[in-house]
Design a binder for this molecule. Structure first.
Ligand code: PLP
Length: 393
């Protein structure tokens, strides 16, 4: 481990040398089954040949052109992404580099829409307790978790948080005179894997439509097919006004996107927003492979089916307090500290004894989060569940 880094991450004791499919290998050749996908990023697994080929071929053509010029590969990616999000009502896209940047763009878009349509003073964005929207000063303000706010104020003003599932609080908070948007994750990823209820999301969609408040879905962790539909919001039978994506959108190359529906598609004008690296051609080439693979009903159904196997096994396990999830996005609560559990998954790897480690994530204080790559096979799921059972004791 290097001392060069600022002290921002809880580092686990392993350094990787290579990956293949659902597995990674450390520098000593120890093997680990990857139930993290790099936090919902390596959707197609490691060293996926068509992805590696697309990235290398694009890098050999040109790596970057600024957004003043046109790039066919970036345009093809933008068109495919809008198409994939059309069932949610999306019409246009702005390409960015990360989740926080996508959410910043979404907040700007919502505020400008509200200003143009309803005038000054209607700029508040309502978000949910337990949400996570990023680490910039504005997206921290949007994030409904106090622990991330400590030491970093003052924040961008105009964000309030309510409890998900509380329809009265929702009705009260969505004030048509002050609120521009409601920003929600259909399945919260960073506070214990929390799917929102259908009643809550449909009430939100109804109130937002009545009061012309923009309904914004942060699909950065739960989107891109992870929950069994391309966007998790599709399972709630609602449409969005804005959707944000990042993480797995380009299979491991940094990228993000703000998608705009009918109301917001034409709101930005030239000079309103921008990003040097947004729409990078190498990321776009990678993103095209991801979209061509993932945005396919059979493929999505498989994610759902595989996720159900994992969730059912977790729910049955006597040592699991509670398990929640949708598709390949599951979390389970344990009695002990989740970081110690993650370390035990790594410590299990032993080359001499031919024992694999299991890579997992934490989410909140006592939840273990599982986000396997979509290439995971039934046999690999079985292996992972056996290791989990052993670790749970
Ligand atoms: N929104 C959600 C739901 C996330 O899970 C994350 C990251 O974990 C973000 C936003 C921020 O994304 P990024 O780390 O790419 O800025």
């Amino acid at each position: 481990m290097s001392n060069a880094f600022m002290n921002t991450y809880h580092k686990l004791p392993v350094t990787f040398a290579k990956g293949e499919g659902s597995f990674v290998y450390d520098k000593e050749g120890k093997k680990y089954l990857d139930f993290t996908s790099g936090i919902a990023v390596n959707l197609l697994g490691h060293n996926y040949a068509p992805l590696v080929k697309a990235i290398s071929e694009q890098a050999a053509k040109y790596i970057h052109t600024c957004n003043y010029f046109n790039s066919d590969v970036t345009a093809a990616f933008a068109e495919k992404l809008v198409q994939a999000c059309a069932p949610a009502g999306m019409k246009k896209v702005f390409l960015a580099n990360s989740g926080a940047e996508a959410n910043e763009g979404a907040c700007k878009l919502a505020r400008k829409y509200s200003l143009l349509k309803h005038g000054e003073g209607r700029h508040t964005i309502v978000t949910l307790n337990g949400s996570f929207h990023g680490r910039t000063i504005t997206t921290l303000a949007a994030t409904g978790q106090e622990k991330f706010h400590k030491d970093f104020g003052p924040f961008t003003e105009g964000f309030i948080h309510i409890q998900g599932g509380d329809n009265d609080a929702l009705d009260k908070a969505l004030n048509e005179k002050t609120v521009a948007g409601l920003l929600i994750e259909a399945v919260q990823g960073e506070s214990g894997i929390v799917p929102q209820s259908e009643e809550f999301i449909s009430a939100a969609a109804k109130i937002c439509a009545q009061r012309d408040i923009l309904l914004i879905f942060d699909e950065i962790q739960c989107g891109m097919g992870r929950t069994g539909t391309f966007l998790a919001l599709e399972q709630y039978n609602v449409k969005a006004d804005i959707v944000t994506l990042a993480k797995g959108i380009a299979g491991g190359i940094p990228a993000g996107a703000v998608l705009a529906g009918e109301k917001t598609a034409e709101v930005f004008s030239i000079g309103d927003h921008g990003s040097t690296f947004g729409g990078n051609p190498v990321a776009a080439a990678a993103g095209l492979v991801v979209l061509e693979t993932v945005n396919n009903q059979d493929f999505l159904k498989e994610n759902k089916r595989k996720g159900e196997i994992i969730l059912a096994a977790l729910k049955k396990h006597p040592k699991v307090k509670e398990a929640r999830g949708r598709g390949l996005m599951t979390g389970f609560d344990i009695e002990s500290d989740s970081w110690a559990f993650l370390e035990a998954g790594i410590a299990r790897a032993d080359k001499a004894k031919n024992k694999q480690g299991l890579l997992m994530l934490s989410s909140g204080a006592n939840t273990v989060r599982l986000l396997p790559p979509y290439c995971i096979t039934d046999a690999e799921i079985e292996q992972g569940l056996e290791i989990l059972s052993e670790l749970l004791g």
